[in-house]
Design a protein around this ligand. Structure first.
Ligand code: SF4
Ligand code: SF4
Ligand code: SF4
Length: 295
């Protein structure tokens, strides 16, 4: 039987004008800075900005031009939404070495900043490459579906601000019904590839999307699955956050590199730089214990 407590956001790409009001609302509500340097991209011909998520940017609208095959309007605009999709089967939660990430009863995946040790396993495990490391405080950041607003009976800030009603929010079953009705309508209008994305992916997402041009046009993966990051996570779970990060630093860096882990500007050693000598000593001691137990 369906969980009636589950909520979802509905993003209808066929209604989106690409205004990016949602991006701004997200920054404002969550008090996230917008550094000019992050937007200083070389000109690519794209209207997208910034080009990728980062520790201070939980949401970006993606802009893709696709040939339509129609000589009267040769280009189709695929405007997509890139943010956490709040999976029923969230790879990030499974991989989190400190228990900072959690799945809530309503389906929303939130995190506790105080518990995060900055190991970035969650980013490696997420099939959508969503969580991002914030060098400023050595923590992970991502969309929370504005859980603080939901707890007060409100809607996510991005949904609240969307003028053409490309975004909607409510019980998941209701959002799915609306999505299917819209796809049916779009198909009748000639959008042969129109489809619902998020009904079953990763056990069912809590951001349902109406992809007027088919999910590939928006860069969404086919049959995504949580990535297996490292089997040693279970070994690390019982230890403290500091100890777990030490194991990552001491044992797993090359392993993660082999798995295609993309470390951008910050290394784990840099992330650990803010630790006190006492924390470092404690971490090394715990790591030694774990190595011994794992033998
Ligand atoms: S606010 Fe609405 S219309 Fe504007 S970019 Fe976001 S989803 Fe699209
Ligand atoms: S989209 Fe990624 S970050 Fe969001 S819940 Fe799923 S696995 Fe976690
Ligand atoms: S739900 Fe909230 S945190 Fe998530 S993208 Fe929208 S405004 Fe940002």
């Amino acid at each position: 039987m369906a969980n009636t407590k589950e909520v979802a956001m509905l993003f209808d790409a066929s209604h989106c004008t690409g205004c990016r009001g949602c991006q701004v609302a997200c920054k404002e509500w969550n008090v996230l800075p917008a550094r000019l340097g992050l937007n200083a991209n070389p000109f690519t011909g794209s209207y997208q900005g910034p080009m990728d998520l980062n520790g201070d940017t939980r949401l970006i609208m993606t802009f893709d031009e696709k040939p339509s095959g129609n000589k009267y309007h040769p280009i189709d605009w695929a405007i997509g939404r890139r943010s956490c999709y709040h999976c029923t089967d969230p790879g990030c939660v499974q991989a989190c070495s400190s228990g900072a990430l959690q799945k809530n009863e309503n389906g929303v995946v939130t995190f506790d900043t105080d518990k995060c040790n900055g190991c970035t396993f969650c980013q490696a495990a997420c099939p959508f490459d969503v969580p991002r490391f914030r060098p400023m405080d050595g923590k992970i950041d991502k969309c929370t579906l504005c859980m603080d607003r939901l707890e007060q009976g409100g809607k996510p800030a991005c949904v609240h601000t969307c003028q053409p009603e490309a975004l909607d929010f409510g019980p998941r079953e209701e959002m799915l019904k609306k999505a299917h009705a819209r796809v049916e309508f779009l198909k009748k209008k000639g959008f042969a590839k129109a489809e619902v994305y998020g009904e079953n992916e990763c056990g069912g997402l809590h951001v349902i999307q109406v992809c007027a041009l088919g999910h590939e046009a928006y860069g969404l993966p086919t049959n995504p699955e949580p990535k297996k990051v490292i089997n040693a996570i279970d070994v690390m779970k019982p230890v403290t956050a500091v100890g777990a990060a030490a194991v990552v630093g001491a044992l797993a860096v090359s392993f993660l590199a082999n798995l295609g882990y993309r470390r951008k500007a910050v290394t784990l050693e840099e992330a650990k730089a803010s630790w006190t000598p006492e924390q470092r000593a404690k971490a090394e001691a715990e790591a030694a214990e774990i190595r011994k137990a794992a033998k």
